[in-house]
Write a protein that binds this ligand. Structure first.
Ligand SMILES: *[C@@H]1O[C@H](CO)[C@@H](O)[C@H](O)[C@H]1NC(C)=O
Ligand SMILES: *[C@@H]1O[C@H](CO)[C@@H](O)[C@H](O)[C@H]1NC(C)=O
Ligand SMILES: *[C@@H]1O[C@H](CO)[C@@H](O)[C@H](O)[C@H]1NC(C)=O
Ligand SMILES: *[C@@H]1O[C@H](CO)[C@@H](O)[C@H](O)[C@H]1NC(C)=O
Length: 296
């Protein structure tokens, strides 16, 4: 071969390599950008606890591509956050640095508009679904979206740093090291703790982690589950309770002992994982209880 054809062969080789790696990447299971697994765990737990009436109603509302699996759609609200810009303040609550939450004081967006926080959104989509039988409501609201938002926000409100300090944007401005990797504290709680648990204890299998949490729901935590499900005054949803627990867990566990550039390793991981497991369990139990109350 002369040098030109050599070069061409080389070029073809490179194109093949690039193509092949594309194909490989496309067929490998996605490395979930994480909140995904947390949300999927909450929704899988919830789906297994639905009443017959709620199962039917959820089936009816789920989009076709969900294939009747609530767990597969619980990150939809994150995917539309940029398309539906109005929805992005609905994922969290900002509090002052005093480890308490009050709806009136804290549930608003950055422009101060009342009710625009994750607790307000849970109330909003709960009441849309509650009146889903009325024709005018059906015309006004997209109830499929209401179900997907409610399912997602019930997960978010149980992530301690989604009810966090305004000053550090719920841990988003706190730079840490998760073992050897750089991360922000918020992401550690969205993703890294769950990911590390899956690697270390569950063979990278989300369903095994769901099974382990479900086991504790029926044994270890069985006595508490009734209380988790109950709303005061027979309300359909009670996000203020979940948010108050959230900021407390943020102070007692998420922020505790963490500064800029902290290195978080086994000490932090092993002491915080039980909190994450419990919050995922509570999120799933309460999503199911809420949907059961909505759909009877
Ligand atoms: C309530 O739901 C509607 C429809 O999705 C949305 O336009 C509105 O911003 C929501 N408000 C809150 C506080 O969730
Ligand atoms: C409701 O929302 C879903 C998801 O965004 C969309 O696919 C569907 O077309 C919407 N339905 C109506 C009637 O607008
Ligand atoms: C379940 O409870 C046991 C006993 O407290 C605990 O050791 C285990 O880590 C828990 N597992 C999960 C997934 O919550
Ligand atoms: C809650 O509902 C139960 C059963 O329907 C009823 O007996 C009880 O009085 C209600 N409690 C309140 C505070 O409304």
């Amino acid at each position: 071969m002369n040098s030109l054809s050599l070069e061409m062969a080389d070029c073809k080789m490179q194109i093949m390599l690039v193509l092949c790696s594309f194909i490989l990447l496309a067929t490998l299971p996605p490395i979930y950008g994480w909140g995904t697994d947390g949300h999927s765990i909450v929704c899988k737990i919830a789906q297994s606890r639905l009443s017959d009436a709620a199962v039917d109603a959820v089936k009816e509302l789920l989009p076709k591509w969900a294939e009747d699996d609530l767990g597969s759609v619980c990150s939809w609200a994150d995917q539309v956050k940029f398309r539906y810009r109005w929805s992005s303040p609905l994922h969290y609550i900002n509090t002052p640095e005093i480890c308490t939450y009050q709806y009136k004081r804290d549930c608003k967006d950055e422009d101060g508009i009342a009710g625009r926080c994750v607790a307000g959104a849970i109330n909003n989509y709960t009441s849309q679904l509650l009146t889903s039988n009325s024709a005018s409501n059906k015309a006004q609201n997209n109830l499929t979206e209401a179900l997907l938002f409610l399912s997602h926000f019930m997960g978010d409100i149980h992530q301690p740093l989604h009810v966090g300090f305004a000053d550090d944007k719920g841990g988003n401005t706190i730079d840490v090291h998760w073992y050897k990797r750089k991360a922000v504290l918020h992401h550690v709680w969205d993703t890294n703790i769950i990911e590390t648990a899956e690697e270390r204890f569950y063979d990278l299998n989300v369903d095994s982690m769901v099974d382990a949490i479900q086991q504790n729901i029926t044994s270890e935590w069985a006595d508490e589950v009734k209380r988790w499900e109950t709303c005061s005054l027979n309300k359909t949803a009670c996000p203020d309770i979940y948010a108050s627990e959230g900021i407390k867990a943020a102070c007692d566990w998420a922020y505790k002992g963490v500064q800029q550039e902290s290195v978080l390793e086994d000490d932090y991981f092993l002491s915080r994982l039980p909190i994450v497991n419990r919050r995922l369990a509570q999120g799933g139990v309460r999503l199911a209880a809420t949907l059961n109350r909505i759909f009877g």
